[in-house]
Every structure is written in structure tokens, then in C-alpha cells.
Write a protein that binds this ligand. Structure first.
Ligand SMILES: [Zn+2]
Ligand SMILES: [Zn+2]
Length: 264
């Protein structure tokens, strides 16, 4: 069966500092899910567990205690609303969520690609695309070594524009050889971590499209499981998301058997 568009596991609320949009509350998010026939959604506000040292000022204001203000989440007859978060990895490869804290969450997404936080996730001297490609690989490896359980962790937006400024992010991706991606995604499948689909389905050229899709095509060959994430921060961000999800599933020719299922 074709991959069903029935979930969204990367959604921010007003509690994320990059949202702060009073309209982006749990009720609105639940309505988006109901109107689009989604069965499972997960709230993933930015957070750094207060028991892990090294939070930046920005993350210190977004502790677990802060994002737990969203609880209890509203539920509906047709939608299960789960509680997770999007943490981060600093430049020392420390991930801002302890396995103990993860026990208190339904789901965790970890971006290895937040390379826009100069000083926190990347040193200023690592600006060149070659250095960013090396860091991309090292950070991905570090996540795969994290002591997290199976089926509870998603790897967020592996091909996002935050990887490099000046629109160079696809150049960085192009510098990662197929064989390296194969090693990384083979281990991803073994660890039972999900691969997030959270990128445009349309690019300026066919070449860019194939650069953006290459990692996911390899991931699929390696047996990885995929989930959808809108990364919405505002109500208007949901517009066009179901169509984008459908296009991505189509481009990668995904089946239901390719789906990551953290919630059973
Ligand atoms: Zn992110
Ligand atoms: Zn996000």
C-alpha cells in the first residue's frame, strides 16, 4: 500500500522562541490534524534538558519545564496528540537530552544540521563547505552512537538550508559520498531511528532535486523508516503541507512498509 499521509511529528507551538505566535497553540495544531485526516501528531518545541550542561542562552530559556507548559495536550476522537521535543547537538557533539529525560517524552527529534548557530553548534573557522561536510558526517555519527532506545528518536531535516548560509547547503550534501551515506543509514536502520522528511518537493532545477533526494534514496535502500514533519511555527505554515508530504512520498516511491511508527 502507498505511504499514507496520516501524521506529522515535527510541529512547534508558541512556546518555541522562534514562534512566539499566540495563534500557534495546541488547539489550532489539533484542528490542522483533524482537517487533514492525520491520526498521529507530535508537538516538538525546541528544548534542552536542564540536567545536561552546555545549553546556550537561547536553549536555557527553553528547558523541559518550559515546554511542559503545553501539557496536558488536547485530544480528539480521530487524532492522537503526542508530546515530544526537538533538542540540539552542540559543537562538542553533546546532545541536549538525557536518556532519563527521554523517558518522560513520547518522542524526540534530534537535528544534526543546525549549523546556523555560530559559536554554539559550529566554530566560526568551520565556515567553508568542505568543513561543513566533515561536520555533517561527524555529527550524524555522534547521534547514531547516542544511548537512546529504538523507535523513539527521529533524525530531523537532514537536508535543510541551515547546513550552510548563502544557499550552499546542497553543495555540502553533494560532498558526502554515497558510500558514507550508506554506512550512516545502515546504522540508522539498525538503531531503529526514524528519518524525517521535511524539505521542499520542488527545487530550482532537476540537479538540485536529485541532490536533495539522494540521501533519502540511499536511506530507503538501507532499510530506513521515514516519517513526515512540517516544522510549522505558525498557522499559515500548515498551508500546502499535505500536498508537499504527498509529493515527497511520491518522489521517493514510499510504501506503508517504509513508515516509521514510534506510536505503534
Ligand atoms: Zn530544526
Ligand atoms: Zn523544528
Amino acid at each position: 500500500m502507498k505511504f499514507q499521509i496520516d501524521h506529522d511529528y515535527h510541529i512547534h507551538s508558541f512556546l518555541s522562541e522562534c514562534s512566539q505566535d499566540p495563534m500557534q497553540d495546541a488547539e489550532h495544531i489539533l484542528r490542522y490534524a483533524e482537517e487533514n485526516g492525520l491520526k498521529d501528531i507530535c508537538l516538538t518545541d525546541h528544548s534542552w534538558d536542564e540536567s545536561v550542561c552546555g545549553a546556550s542562552d537561547w536553549y536555557r530559556r527553553q528547558s523541559l519545564e518550559h515546554i511542559r507548559r503545553a501539557l496536558p495536550l488536547p485530544q480528539s476522537k480521530t487524532v492522537r496528540f503526542h508530546f515530544g521535543c526537538e533538542t540540539d547537538m552542540d559543537k562538542h557533539l553533546t546532545i541536549g537530552m538525557s536518556p532519563q529525560a527521554l523517558n518522560t517524552l513520547d518522542f524526540l527529534i534530534v537535528p544534526t544540521t543546525h549549523l546556523h548557530m555560530t559559536g554554539f553548534t559550529i566554530d566560526p573557522q568551520d565556515d567553508a563547505v568542505e568543513r561543513r561536510a566533515a561536520l555533517y558526517i561527524r555529527r550524524f555519527e555522534a547521534l547514531l552512537d547516542a544511548p537512546y532506545p529504538q523507535n523513539k528518536v527521529g533524525i530531523a531535516h537532514l537536508t535543510c538550508s541551515l547546513i550552510a548560509p548563502r544557499g550552499e547547503y546542497l553543495q555540502v550534501i553533494d560532498l558526502v559520498p554515497d558510500a558514507v551515506f550508506r554506512t550512516l543509514f545502515t546504522k540508522t536502520a539498525q538503531r531503529g531511528f526514524g528519518v524525517e522528511l521535511n524539505m521542499p518537493a520542488v527545487y530550482g532545477s532537476d540537479r538540485e532535486l536529485s541532490s536533495a533526494l539522494r540521501p533519502y534514496r540511499i536511506a530507503k535502500q538501507c532499510g530506513c523508516k521515514f516519517y513526515l514533519g512540517s516544522d510549522a511555527h505558525h498557522p499559515e505554515d500548515f498551508e500546502g503541507i499535505p500536498a508537499q508530504f504527498r509529493a515527497l512520498a511520491e518522489l521517493l516511491d514510499l510504501r506503508e512498509s517504509d513508515k516509521f511508527r514510534p506510536f505503534g
